[in-house]
Design a protein around this ligand. Sequence first.
Ligand code: AMP
Ligand code: GLY
Length: 418
Amino acid sequence: MKILILGSGARESALAWMYSKSKIISGLYTAPGNAGTHEIGANIDIDPMDFESVIRCCKEKHINYVFVGPEAPLVEGIVDILKEEKITAIGPSKKAAQLEGSKTFSKDFMVAHHIPTAASEEFSDYESFKSYVESRQGMLVIKKNGLAAGKGVLESDNTSRLLEFGENILKEDSLLVEEFLTGYEISIFALCDGNNFIILPPCSDFKKALDGDTGLNTGGMGSICPNPWVNAELKEQIKREIIEPTFTGLKKDGLIYKGILYFGLMITQNGPKNLEFNVRFGDPETQVLLPMIKTDFGNITTAIVNGTLDTIPITESSQSAVGVVVASKGYPGQYKKGVKVQPIPELPSKDVLIFHASTTIDEEGEVFTGGGRCFSVVGLGKDTIEAASRAYKHIDVINFEGAWYRKDIGKKFFIDED
Ligand code: AMP
Ligand code: GLY
């Protein structure tokens, strides 16, 4: 089976690594990929948003399945367009991808299907938005309706900041004002074949730039899997109150969903609430989630396509994984690209994995940074503590000018482990 992964991040590196272990994959391509995926399979220099080139590549290389990593091509309808060409892609239709592509669509869906979420109001004109915000006190959350690459949400209790943020959004889009929820966040990924679904081990990511969850928001500076705070009872509650009603709702609304659905949950004192859906795997969660799955990912992919997820047992690892992101100097603000990365030595331990993000490789084999988040270093161990210590023990094999990382990934979850 030949597979083409679309994307260039560490999420796609982890997917390529996972497929490279599959017994049924005979061809592995990543477009555009990075220096890490170049080592594992073949990179193809195509922008995932250039659908015509993707189609051409699939035909030339006789690709069986396209795995779409990032959200933008999904929201633009790549799955439908490939389907017209009889090419099978893993991911939702354009219509179903609105669960991520439109915050108002997703909120209306949650309300219609009684899925616990934050109370919210939708606005498309500044005057009514302003009078609503001025009538409220305390923390509020503002969300841009459309995709915003992680920059569309503001949590604040400062009225003038909220008004300024909302006014800018309303120049081009509508928005939601949400109640501010407190608790801890988890990311749950479910695989769906259009009929059956499977829930994967719970993850958490660390979105803030600095230790102690302080500083600016980032795409994610680290991740853990499984989250040790999520016990069997909470898992069951999440399944019953959020995941089952979501898949039942999708069917009721005629939205056939074959792919990955990501539930961004806040575990509050009043139970789990769904903050958001994403229609893809998370980054940096995928880097810690996939090493926890023992089942051949080629077989899982085939089952998603064929609607037979109910027939393959998914075996989970008994280990834990902690992933630490190594970022460019200046990230999440301005940063330089093309910084030379020192050769990465072969690691002595099988309990550490390194996933590249957006790196490039030249003809001499020299590797250069290509983004803000450059590598994920993942430690595996018997629990979160051991996994974190292994990731941090080896992280300094990643060396480039200005490289930095958070020193406390996983730490807030250590205390309750036995
Ligand atoms: P979203 O894109 O909706 O997941 O929002 C991005 C991040 O903003 C979430 O991961 C949370 O950290 C935060 N957030 C979103 N909605 C809320 C809310 N209603 N209450 C508190 N924090 C929120
Ligand atoms: N980890 C957050 C995301 O993938 O959107």
